[in-house]
Design a protein around this ligand. Sequence first.
Ligand code: KG4
Ligand code: ZN
Length: 343
Amino acid sequence: MNVLAIETSCDETSIALVRINRKGNGAPSVSILKNIVSSQVKIHAPFGGVVPNLAKREHLKNLPLIWREFLKHPLVRKKDIDLLTVTVGPGLEPALWTGIEFAKGLHEAYFEKKIPLVGANHVEAHMYSFLLARAARPEFPMVSLIISGGHTILGILKDMDGFKKIGETKDDAVGECFDKVARLLDFPYPGGPEIEKAAAKGNADAIRFPSPMLYHKNYDFSYSGLKTALLYFMRGPESKKFSKSDIAASFQKAAFGVLVRKAMRACDEYKAKAVGIGGGVAGNKKIRSMLQKEFRLRKKPIRLIVPPFAYCQDNAAMIALAGYMAHARKKAYPLEADGNLGL
Ligand code: KG4
Ligand code: ZN
């Protein structure tokens, strides 16, 4: 199946053409034929976060430009595309609507309604993005960790369609916490990659920040306490004694420690053979190495499946997967923006 997908949920405008082959109910094999992402980071950076109406304006400008590039692809012909899909949530509603309206326009004017147009869930797309990893070979049951600017979710995939959420953040998402802490450290937006860069030069054991809910028996997370701890630390005299690198490294250790510990506990409880991670924060090399280190302590092998860095960030290739899976299980999302769409 050749799937054309559109993503405009936040500050990246993206269109992708993805070929998906699936035998029965197994994991599909996926090849990305074309994927264009136009990032608005520079436009939102002066505001320290995404401004919804600016995002909408940029999506409206970028979508036809990207589509014009797609028309040059030999497979972008009415007869060669089997499914059209677009993100309907979660995300910023004004931004989501631009993608939905654009998809409806293409569906009618270009595809003459001859192929299905279905809604896709952005968080489900991050969950399935492990399929974009090189040699993904998923094995079930699999622990799935979705860590982005808007979500922190831990779940179990017993097969391709059987996702069960076992825990999530009770307040801020981990990426959101990185962005807020980066602001306290005077790093530019978006803060996650800046913290990773600084942390690589720092001592992670310099300061002990709290790892909230680390010892709680459930699989939930909380990041607002850690953010507040950083705020008070930065206001106090202690902060002058440490470099920003030490602070960043110590913060990162606390933020990831709880994710790693709970993911490993889930691996033990559900006898997972693999851990799939997705979302912007999954692009951080430290969380990968912390997980790998834990895997080496287990008797049974556990594999880490992470998409390449570019596919941890928002992109339409992963939307093609989510749209395809929703269509296959005949549970596609309606074509209406839903900012709070759940998983
Ligand atoms: O998945 P994503 O692109 O958008 C959402 O769906 O939210 O994730 C963006 C988030 C931002 O909070 C950003 O700071 C964070 O992912 N992020 C990182 C890194 N790269 C992006 N956080 C930590 N380390 C990174 N290297
Ligand atoms: Zn995302």
